[in-house]
Design a protein around this ligand. Structure first.
Ligand code: ADP
Ligand code: ZN
Length: 725
């Protein structure tokens, strides 16, 4: 028999399949989806068997497979198909797709040697009282005593009493050793938490979800913060388990806190496998095998858990479905929603998308009926949503309040006195500097794209990264003519020290990527803040999601404009989601919450929608902009990046690419650029970007494929394609 083996040939991750003879001795061993070791040129390479056939079309003499690496199939038929789908839909190589899908231990790469972990056990071969008679030495008797409470003991326990006695007992045939595979990660067994009696809205939602069982359809569960979505997820899972089917739950990485996992563990005991970046490669490998062997029926994980090899999937749940963490930024640039839809068709099971602030694309599908829209309009505990106040920082600045407004300071003092807790959000995700007038709040915007211009320090000019519009930076503000143009750049660290100075007796803690990069640090901050060891929690968007502290009655949002001014057509949407979620942290207990939002744009429509907690109004406003400017969901976007260490090469090649596209694509497709990318130079590599706005263009994919193949041969310039930007 002959096997087609997929090999990844270094350099530009080109993949190719090569035929190999299956040696007689491996005839019944090698199966489709296994990894094998094969000779290739002068090396030995690992690859996946993707086909087994009777004869080969190559005229060359075939070499033999050296050995199988796995005893089990790694890529089952569904995973093989998903890989092919990723290759086709994201224009990436098959080997990079499989590599993304599998845990490190199972990738076809030499040197990643992560084996199974075994535990050795000892068992008695003769009755215990007889064994005592045969042993004279004290340590031997002590080891035998371990069998008073169980028939099997761990060899390690016996060895800790005496190494030599353990060996003697085995040699004498009194004890026998057995090796058994053990898992590195075990979910803690906790006291069971029974399901809650659902309220009316929750009951309706669960009913709709149950009705969708056995069908490939998507339900958008849009529920305000605190509306009890997690309870609905858990009860849906209980229902699907009654049908002997499995559940896959995706959450953003930052929501995967130990607390979240504990909540599920309390309900479902150890019937759960967990996949997230906090686990090491060995632990991930073990979790994967628990799933593969059907020892668990629930998988909870971040983005890549969407590939978990569940064979009898009954429901897929994507919590906080608007999160950007579901899109992979490197090639293959897949979106977990798309893989979920693929699997939903494969297994005839529903996909549940949950969020308080779904993306416009998702919500528009809900409104059109492509997804079933299920609403939860009330908080479970009937406590009202918090009261939100917008503070005009332009006025505050005149009174020398640059970081914190007078109102926020007063409210903080008040809460400190009442021994209530405070959360302060400062999101500094905006890397590019914004030029901003501290007198009137003016920010430079592109006249054609309604997004902010980014300042390029080296050339002292402002640019639009979508259409290429460029403008020189004046010395004075073009709006109020004050000499008050500033770089906007306040981070959490600077805020923390300012607050410590202002409130010397307050206990303040900070949560951002810098303070939580050590294992367990995030959990520690969360626990200590919950136990009220701190009064004020300062943080980036990390603190905006999922956290549930009943004693927090005040949320302050400093520099709300940072996200608003991102050079991105989604900045309004991102701001709304962030501030709405952050506001939802206030007043989850018995006292009504309050939110102070500091901005230079108190009239801004998005901020006013946050103030009124009005998603619907925000949606309509933003959809209008998207329609006028031809952005999603009215148009699809494909994004191309042309990169090179050589500026001229990148520039010229990107111009050629744009020219090529203009020739090949339909007239209805819009090609923008090339322009310099937002991050123009990264590690001395120059980036140019081209954006394609399209609706239906049968010429697009073939054209992009042609370009992609062309650039694989180019060693100076590379092309990066993102089909779902
Ligand atoms: P969401 O995810 O929608 O923001 P959660 O699922 O976190 O909301 O629910 C908020 C709180 O309400 C949680 O503490 C949860 O345990 C509780 N809860 C949810 N449903 C019920 C219910 N039916 N009865 C009582 N408490 C509930
Ligand atoms: Zn523009």
């Amino acid at each position: 028999m002959i096997a087609s083996v997929l090999l990844e040939i270094k350099a530009k991750s080109v993949d190719k399949t090569f035929d190999y003879l299956i040696p007689e001795s491996l005839n019944n061993v090698i199966k489709i989806g296994m990894r094998v070791l094969v000779p290739f040129a002068s090396q030995q390479l690992e690859g996946y068997v993707i086909e087994i056939k009777n004869h080969s079309n190559t005229s060359l003499e075939l070499k033999e497979i050296l050995k199988n690496i796995d005893e089990e199939v790694i890529l089952n038929p569904e995973l093989l198909e998903i890989g092919a789908y990723i290759k086709e839909s994201t224009l990436s190589s098959l080997s990079s797709a499989y590599s993304t899908m599998l845990p490190t231990a199972l990738k076809a790469r030499k040197k990643t040697q992560i084996g199974k972990k075994y535990e050795t056990y000892l068992s008695l071969q003769i009755p215990l009282n007889q064994a005592y008679l045969l042993c004279k030495k004290e340590p031997q008797k002590e080891i035998l005593e371990l069998f008073e409470s169980g028939v099997v003991i761990s060899k390690k326990d016996a060895q800790s009493i005496s190494l030599s006695s353990t060996n003697t007992l085995i040699k004498k045939g009194i004890l026998k050793e057995d090796k058994e595979e053990s898992y590195r990660y075990q979910i803690k067994e906790l006291e069971q938490d029974l399901k809650k009696a659902l309220n009316e809205e929750q009951t309706m939602a669960l009913k709709k979800i149950k009705q969708s069982f056995g069908q490939s359809k998507t339900i958008l569960l849009k529920g305000v913060t605190g509306s009890g979505k997690t309870e609905i997820y858990m009860q849906s899972i209980e229902e699907i388990q009654k049908l002997k089917k499995q559940a896959l739950v995706l959450v953003p990485e930052i929501s995967l806190t130990p607390q979240f996992i504990r909540n599920f563990a309390r309900r479902f005991k150890s019937n759960i496998a967990v996949l997230h970046s906090g686990l090491n490669d060995g632990e991930k490998y073990d979790e994967w095998r628990k799933i593969e062997r059907e020892e668990v029926s629930i998988v909870i994980g971040a983005r890549s858990a969407i590939f978990a090899p569940l064979k009898n999937l009954g429901i897929i749940i994507i919590d906080e479905c608007h999160s950007d963490s579901y899109k992979q930024e490197n090639r293959p640039k897949y979106h977990a929603h798309d893989i979920a839809l693929f699997r939903s068709k494969y297994h005839h099971c529903p996909v549940i998308l949950g969020s308080a602030t779904p993306s416009l694309e998702t919500y528009a599908r809900g409104k059109k009926g492509l997804y079933e829209l299920v609403l939860l309009n009330h908080r479970v505990h009937k406590n009202p949503l918090p009261e939100v106040t917008l503070v005009d920082m332009a006025k505050e600045a005149k009174n020398h309040h640059f970081i914190m407004s007078e109102l926020l300071e007063l409210k903080i003092e008040d809460r400190l006195k009442k021994k209530e807790q405070i959360m302060i959000l400062l999101n500094r995700r905006g890397h590019s500097t914004t030029i901003h007038c501290s007198s009137c709040g003016f920010t430079y915007k592109c006249p054609y794209c309604d997004i902010t211009l980014t300042f390029h320090k080296s050339t002292k000019n402002l640019r639009c990264h979508y259409c290429g519009y460029t403008k020189f930076l004046e010395n004075a503000c073009p709006n109020c003519h004050e000499d008050a143009l500033n770089y906007y750049g306040l981070g959490t660290e600077k805020l923390e020290s300012a607050m410590k100075e202002k409130f010397p007796s307050a206990r303040i803690i900070r949560m951002d990527t810098d303070t939580t990069n050590k294992k367990g640090a995030l959990e520690k901050i969360e626990e200590e803040f919950r136990a009220h060891h701190y009064d004020i929690l300062i943080g980036t968007q990390m603190i905006s999601k999922g956290l549930d502290f009943p004693n927090v009655t005040l949320v302050g949002i400093v520099s709300a404009d940072i996200t608003l001014n991102l050079p991105d057509f989604r900045s309004g949407e991102k701001t709304f989601a962030l501030l709405y979620q952050a506001s939802g942290r206030a007043g989850r207990g018995n006292i009504k919450g309050e939110v102070i939002i500091e901005t230079y744009n108190p009239d801004n429509h998005v901020l006013n929608c946050v103030k009124n907690q009005d998603f619907e109004k925000f949606y309509e406003y933003e959809m209008n902009i998207r329609k006028t400017l031809k952005y999603p969901p009215y148009y699809y976007l494909a994004h191309l990046e042309v990169k090179s260490k050589n500026y001229e090469e990148a520039k010229n090649e990107s111009a050629k690419v744009a020219h090529f596209l203009k020739r090949k694509l339909n007239k209805t497709s819009i090609i923008l650029g090339p322009t310099t990318a937002n991050m123009f130079r990264i590690n001395n590599v120059y980036h140019f970007e081209i954006m394609i706005k399209y609706r239906f263009d049968e010429n697009l994919k073939p054209a992009l494929k042609e370009l992609d193949d062309l650039f694989l041969l180019n060693h100076k310039v590379s092309l990066d394609i993102d089909m779902s930007y």
